[in-house]
Design a protein around this ligand. Structure first.
Ligand code: MN
Length: 501
């Protein structure tokens, strides 16, 4: 469902005619080599496309306009091998609508001490040319990522790779469609927000549907389709005996399969990338979709429970950012605490809908009561999650702006088995610790829902937030509460002023 290889990042080198055609040929040759190298890097999941060296305002403007209208181009990497006077870039950069990364590097790793002359200096002067280019980016107040270092270094490739993943998610969100089945869980504040502003700022479009619209499609699932899907369940999961064919609750499993088929067909027909449900509004649906949601998320769909479209869109964005990497991305909720001398822990879970992409082992497929909402028992996958570093992120509508807050955590094994807990879960130690992390999160107004990932990092999220021009707050091992609270106050001022009238 998510294929990053179809995305192109254009490698754009700036220069000028002052140095004569021979130098320009060399600049082009070097740039082509660098674009080729980065394109082959295992850390960069998109296509890197070499573009001819730019030496005039007209060529720069044409390239920026071409990038804007190219469907596959998700952004530019810019680099000034020589000096490229930046007034030449104003016409193009003021038109550019795609994200760009400024790669501040040099073709040669080292100074050839015994050979260096003025010809070498004139060719290898990114140290000089990139500063001129950087000035105009700052003068124009453009959001961009600056990556510094030798282009063959692993760290530089990783940083470019992270940005290309964020740019892929950004491109995916533009015009992306989200389906809401039912409205918000009643009276919840943080899952609300301004959908018009979200579309202006983040690019995606939220569509509302009555649950009856979905039920109609669910009811069209044929017995043959249901048989086939139940067979898949039996192959993929540890299925409880009562749910198996001939078991006393097999009808419930078949109902779960019917819901999955219906949701899949509905989402595919409307070209939706993400969706929400709400347990308060199941009109005509036999069960709250659990298994179906878990499997759709696994396949790349974004999801938010209780009508939470912002988290659904963020789960989708993080699915794109993490595509093809190990680790997984899931909808998540901070559920309950374990205060302990060995570190205060958070048990994360949801009523049902944790994505199996974060499962540590083969999930069990079971049927149990929902314990809330008074509906029929839903089928669901139960598992413990992977362990290791992870990140939880959420986006809130603060009234005047969107704010993204993220917390880096370490997922650990549970202290003991949880034989009676009927949902998938993850246990983690927040960084730097629960006291600081939860206080910072609460001062920031962070939601109880997050998009949770082992493969997406703070760097991806920062890059994505920069592309959107939204606030990004990170809580990690370096967070000090007093500084964090100051930042909240300063950001209020900054975003108020920067927006203008
Ligand atoms: Mn919830």
């Amino acid at each position: 469902m998510i294929d990053l290889k179809q995305n192109e990042v254009w490698f754009v080198t700036g220069s000028q005619h002052l140095y004569g055609p021979k130098v320009l040929e060399q600049v082009a040759e070097h740039s082509r080599e660098m674009a080729g190298f980065l394109g082959r890097s295992t850390q960069i999941p998109v296509n890197i496309v070499f573009k001819p060296v730019l030496t005039t305002p007209e060529a720069i403007r044409d390239l920026c306009l071409e990038a804007n209208s190219s469907k596959n181009c998700i952004g530019l990497i810019t680099w000034m091998h020589t000096f490229s006077p930046a007034k030449m870039w104003i016409g193009g950069l003021t038109q550019l609508k795609k994200p760009f990364l400024h790669l501040h590097t040099q073709y040669n790793r080292e100074i050839p001490w015994s050979e260096i002359d003025m010809n070498f200096m004139n060719l290898n002067q990114a140290a000089h040319g990139d500063r001129e280019f950087g000035f105009i980016g700052s003068r124009l107040r453009l959001n961009r990522k600056v990556v510094v270092g030798y282009w063959k270094d692993e760290e530089v490739q990783a940083s470019i790779g992270a940005w290309t993943r964020a740019a892929s998610a950004w491109a995916d969100a533009q015009g992306g469609k989200i389906a809401r089945f039912g409205d918000n869980m009643r009276d919840v504040a943080v899952t609300e927000g301004d959908k018009v502003e979200a579309q202006i700022r983040l690019g995606y479009d939220v569509y509302g549907f009555g649950v009856g619209d979905l039920v109609k499609v669910v009811n069209q699932a044929s017995d043959a389709e249901i048989n086939q899907l139940v067979q898949q369940y039996l192959e993929e999961y540890d299925v409880a005996a009562v749910l198996k064919p001939g078991g006393e609750r097999n009808t419930s499993l078949r109902e779960g399969a019917r819901i999955e088929i219906g949701m899949r067909n509905f989402l595919a027909a409307g070209n939706f990338k993400a969706f929400t449900t709400t347990f308060e509004d199941l009109h005509g649906l036999a069960q709250l979709p659990g298994l179906a949601v878990q499997r759709l998320m696994r396949d790349g769909y974004g999801f938010g429970a209780e009508g939470d479209w912002k988290t659904s869109a963020l789960v989708r964005a993080m699915k794109v950012m993490g595509a093809g990497t190990k680790g997984g991305v899931s909808f998540m909720e901070d559920y309950t605490y374990h205060f302990s001398d060995s570190g205060d822990k958070v048990l994360g879970a949801h009523m049902l809908e944790i994505c199996e992409s974060i499962a540590a082992s083969k999930p069990r497929l079971e049927i149990l009561p929902l314990s809330i909402g008074g509906k029929a028992d839903p089928v669901r996958l139960i598992f413990d999650s992977n362990t290791g570093p992870a990140i939880g992120a959420s986006i809130m509508d603060m009234g005047q702006r969107f704010r993204m807050v993220a917390n880096v955590v370490d997922v650990i094994p549970t202290d003991a088995p949880l034989p009676k807990l009927p949902v998938a879960r993850a246990l983690w130690l927040p960084r730097p610790n629960l006291k600081t992390a939860a206080a910072a999160w609460i001062y920031a107004g962070g939601a109880h829902h997050t998009s949770f990932s082992y493969s997406v990092t703070a760097e991806h999220l920062q890059d994505f937030a920069d592309m959107a021009g939204i606030e990004f707050l990170l809580i990690d091992e370096n967070t000090r509460l007093a500084d964090f609270r100051d930042k909240l106050r300063w950001n209020d001022l900054y975003y108020h002023l920067s927006k203008g009238i």
